[in-house]
Design a protein around this ligand. Structure first.
Ligand SMILES: [Zn+2]
Length: 661
């Protein structure tokens, strides 16, 4: 079904680096550049039944999973294993034993359920919630650590909203989502029936849970508002926080969690806790217990017997993403191991699959793109010198981490018992949850990676002012050492520019060079920024990826801004490369270097996506779908119009293209 794997393509990469076979050359690039660059790929690559989205990212992810699969199969079998092999091999082995999971049924979660069933009064709920939070089960709220927004070198306690079973608060509140709520209630009811309840009783519990979560959803801050760090920044004393939730015994909760003591904390959404207090007061103990049982079972369902696995997939796979079939068990077990013991597995991945020179090469490219950003900031006509000085100071303060952490996480305290799948997953999760909780009051460790090494992704961290590129993304089609540099600039160059720009997007620009939430803009410059960002928000809000739904230009503003500026910085690097001879000036495969650059960028985003998945991700994902990451960017660039000879008025040459950076 796949035209070619990324691996095969790397070995046979044409000198031009452009994947000519992916293109549909019957389409005019000035009419629809996405079709031109990806049309044939989309036709030749229908979405496999197990996926909601299939694109170049998934191809690479698939290839990484094959590598992890081999590592885990070896680790599970070998005698004389290293401690790391023993640990990841045992977890993977527990997970692969499907027959054992089927035989156990719901038994692995019964101790949790029995404990919850035995609760006699509301005052005992706090201890139980603490236990569930230790296991990583979402319930009512989240308590962990995060850098202090005002003093980014120190971690502080943070309490936040959490514990909804549907992917966004809006699913509980909007009339059009009635069918989704019905599917949710049905799924919960069936789960309780699997646990032994009669249908009527299970239905009643499911409806009560929906009611509790609807109250929580109403009080939750929406995703767009959450992009504004000022709206999630409310420092208060522990005593003040406790006064918000008198119906919940927070002292008992903290005692059960055994974390560090603290007297001040951040409460991301104080109104949420006020409302939660009312919900805890007005809901019966039995309904609150049902809510906890549902979230406990839902959390572990993918690791239980087939009936639970299928039921969980019916809702979270089929209904919400449109995927038709479960992924093969080995893939789910690879993913579980990556989630649970990510840096142990990642260490093996780096040894086996990460070429050392890609780290050096990426380092060089980061430097080139950073230099272009400096040139770009200095040349902006809408920004005053005072703000430019601050922006440059922030740029010079950006650090970068490439590939994998300097110090690997030590999992030696995590007990993995072969054959005890749920227990293993629970203990691994508890280790992570406690590692996070124990940071409270301690210095921020900026050497840590927020993604595991095989991850095909990258990120910018505002309080740390650093950009991070896991080993998994430093491969074709993002970076191919044998390919033409024009295409590499369109690939990994644009990714680097994207991450760097996040330091200056609607969210990142509110943090300074040290990662503190501090306004370093003059009022006029901030107004100019917002005006330009509004242009982008309006542009993307006009796109409709699936019938009846539009992109939310405010939710995706940071990502779209990063795409637009990122490709511009990479394009400047391309021009530099043409000047200093590191980019081939010749026409290759019929394309000029500028054309190869834009094709390299567009072809990263070749993908097919199911409508169900589009509908869910338009409300939850801050990234625009692939097609619009291409079209939305090129139509703003006169450089693109020039490269392909597009004239004003054609769809890919917007009359008043948006530009922030
Ligand atoms: Zn991003």
């Amino acid at each position: 079904m796949i035209l070619f794997s990324a691996a095969a393509w790397a070995q046979n990469a044409p000198q031009s680096g452009v994947d000519v076979g992916a293109m549909d050359r019957t389409v005019n690039p000035c009419q629809d550049f996405y079709q031109f660059a990806c049309g044939n790929w989309m036709k030749e690559n229908p979405i496999p039944a197990q996926y909601a989205v299939w694109g170049r990212f998934q191809e690479l992810l698939d290839r990484n999973e094959e590598v992890l699969h081999q590592i885990l199969e070896d680790s599970a079998k070998h005698q004389d294993r290293s401690p790391i092999d023993e640990k990841i091999g045992a977890l993977y082995g527990s997970c692969m034993d499907e027959a054992a999971a089927d035989k156990k049924g719901a038994q692995p979660v019964m101790p949790d359920i029995e404990r919850i069933r035995a609760i006699k009064d509301k005052s005992s709920l706090a201890a139980e919630v603490a236990g569930l939070h230790d296991e990583g089960v979402p319930a009512f709220f989240v308590l962990g650590s995060q850098p202090d927004f005002e003093k980014s070198t120190v971690e502080m306690a943070d309490a936040d909203q959490g514990g909804l079973g549907l992917p966004d608060r809006s699913f509980y509140l909007e009339a059009k989502d009635e069918p989704t709520r019905k599917a949710y209630v049905e799924n919960i009811s069936k789960t309780f029936q699997l646990l032994g309840d009669a249908a009527a009783e299970a239905d009643a519990k499911a409806n009560a849970i929906l009611k509790v979560e609807t109250e929580m959803a109403k009080a939750s801050l929406d995703r767009v508002s959450r992009r504004n760090p000022h709206l999630t920044h409310h420092k208060m004393s522990l005593t003040e926080f406790e006064a918000l939730v008198p119906n919940f015994d927070f002292q008992q909760y903290l005692a059960e969690r055994h974390g560090p003591e603290f007297s001040t904390m951040n409460v991301s959404v104080p109104d949420y806790f006020k409302s939660l207090n009312a919900t805890l007061g007005s809901t019966s103990l039995e309904d609150l217990k049902s809510y906890l049982i549902w979230h406990d079972v839902s959390n572990y369902a993918p690791l239980l017997s087939k009936a639970f696995v299928d039921l969980n997939f019916d809702l979270y796979g089929k209904y919400l993403t449109g995927a038709k079939e479960l992924q093969p068990r080995w893939k789910r077990c690879v993913q579980l191991t990556d989630r649970s013991l990510g840096e142990a597995l990642g260490q093996k991945y780096v040894e086996r699959a990460f070429a050392g020179q890609s780290k050096e090469k990426t380092q060089q490219l980061v430097k080139i793109i950073e230099d272009e950003m400096e040139t770009d900031i200095k040349s902006l006509t809408w920004m005053s010198d005072a703000t430019k000085q601050q922006a440059l100071a922030k740029l010079h303060g950006v650090t970068n981490k490439i590939g994998y952490p300097a110090k690997w996480r030590d999992y030696s305290s995590v007990k993995i018992v072969e054959g005890d799948l749920v227990g293993d997953a629970e203990r691994a999760r508890e280790f992570e949850v406690h590692r996070n909780l124990n940071k409270i009051g301690r210095p921020v460790d900026r050497g840590e990676f927020g993604m595991t090494p095989p991850t095909v992704n990258a990120y910018y961290n505002p309080p740390e002012n650093n950009i991070n590129f896991p080993a998994g993304i430093l491969q074709p089609p993002f970076y191919t050492s044998s390919a033409d540099m024009a295409v590499n600039f369109g690939g990994i160059g644009a990714v680097i520019g994207h991450e760097l720009t996040h330091g200056f997007d609607d969210q990142g620009r509110q943090f300074d060079a040290d990662g503190n939430l501090r306004d370093w803009w003059t009022a006029e410059d901030a107004t100019e920024f917002k005006k330009r960002a509004d242009c982008l928000a309006n542009e993307y809000s006009g796109f409709s990826p699936v019938e009846g739904e539009h992109i939310n230009g405010r939710l995706t503003l940071g990502e779209n801004g990063a795409d637009n500026a990122g490709i511009r910085l990479a394009y400047m690097a391309l021009l530099g490369g043409l000047e200093n001879g590191t980019v081939d000036k010749n026409t290759l495969a019929g394309f000029t270097p500028q054309q190869r650059f834009f094709l390299g960028y567009a072809q990263i985003w070749c993908q097919n996506q199911r409508p169900e998945s589009l509908r869910t991700s338009l409300r939850t994902n801050p990234h625009s779908p692939g097609e619009f990451r291409v079209i939305g960017v090129v139509e703003n660039m006169p450089e693109f119009a020039k490269a392909f000879g597009c004239s004003a008025g054609q769809p890919m040459a917007a009359a008043n293209g948006c530009r922030v950076w």
